[in-house]
Write a protein that binds this ligand. Sequence first.
Ligand code: DX5
Ligand code: ZN
Length: 214
Amino acid sequence: MIVSPSLLSANFADLKSDIDMINRSEADWLHLDIMDGVFVPNISFGFPVLKAVAKICTKKLDVHLMIVDPGKFVNEVKALGAYMMNVHYEACPHLHRTIQQIHDAGMKAAVTLNPATPICVLEDIIQDVDMVLLMTVNPGFGGQKFIEHSIEKVKALKAMIERIGSKALIEVDGGVNNETAPRLAEAGVDVLVAGSYVFGSPNPEERIISLKNL
Ligand code: DX5
Ligand code: ZN
């Protein structure tokens, strides 16, 4: 399993310690949530903070943009040295062009779906993306309850990927913990994002290992 801890639940008063922990840990990626207060009803952190984080983080950066018109920021995300740029289907009227721009900038491209967006909208783009990020809570906040229907959605997405012959990975984000993660793994998930489950623990590295072993 690929594990991508979400910095949203880290201690913002001491980010350095949490990033040192991530660097030491078996995490594969670091998930970074950018919010604009428009696409989602919350604001997280922006590029000045991300630049400081990117400088000291040795893991691949998995950047999740919960903002309107994310295509405007391809160059800024690229400048961070990001590995994966996730844009929401709901925020991109010209999704194919945005995916192309992300690839042209040398990054992997992921399309993200809100819980109420059906996977059928991916039919004509799934072959062009490196990953699909399924939101398993409504985006905007950490620590929310997992939406149970997501398990069926992962299974259906897995079947679509196999039918079309796409190489896209499946990532899930929201409510991942020791109860939901094994069921998500079984349903076909490749990448687990976990915020409060990792950073809310006195032993985050152990929790990362438990997710890795799924
Ligand atoms: C929510 C963010 C998530 C968040 C997940 O909008 O996209 O990445 O950090 O938090 P948990 O794992 O606590 O549900
Ligand atoms: Zn996220």
